[in-house]
Design a protein around this ligand. Structure first.
Ligand code: SF4
Length: 121
């Protein structure tokens, strides 16, 4: 039998699971926002199937690497609209749906590469 330290897996005081505060009448956009928030909290990139870079930003504001400074994020224009997509692996992550639009503020994933490679000059 394994001894587990009492309280080791208890949530911190005041912590409320996001699922517990999601009302049924949220709009599609609000539900998506909550999903993105939950994924970031759990260390998953908002796309849902990639881990976060170890230096990724964890909040919307503040320090850390973000998709907005990654060389794989490219914005295309079509019919007066902008479509920011991740074009890594020849666009394997880019679908025609809004769910694959890459927000500039999103935390960077493990495949992050800076827009401009750092030089020692
Ligand atoms: S490779 Fe990762 S960090 Fe770069 S744009 Fe794609 S999802 Fe964002």
């Amino acid at each position: 039998m394994v001894d587990i330290e009492p309280g080791l897996f208890d949530p911190p005081p005041g912590w409320t699971p996001l699922e517990a505060v999601v009302p049924d009448d949220l709009s599609r956009g609000e539900k998506r926002q909550r999903l993105v928030q939950r994924r970031i909290r759990d260390g998953i990139h908002p796309l849902g199937y990639i881990g976060l870079h170890k230096e990724a930003a964890r909040e919307r504001e503040g320090d850390g690497l973000r998709c907005g400074t990654c060389r794989h994020r490219q914005v295309s224009q079509y019919h007066n609209r902008s479509y920011p997509k991740c074009w890594i692996n020849d666009g394997a992550r880019a679908t025609h749906g809004e769910s694959s639009d890459i927000r500039a503020w999103w935390p960077a994933c493990t495949d992050y590469q800076p827009t401009e490679e750092k030089t020692n000059a």
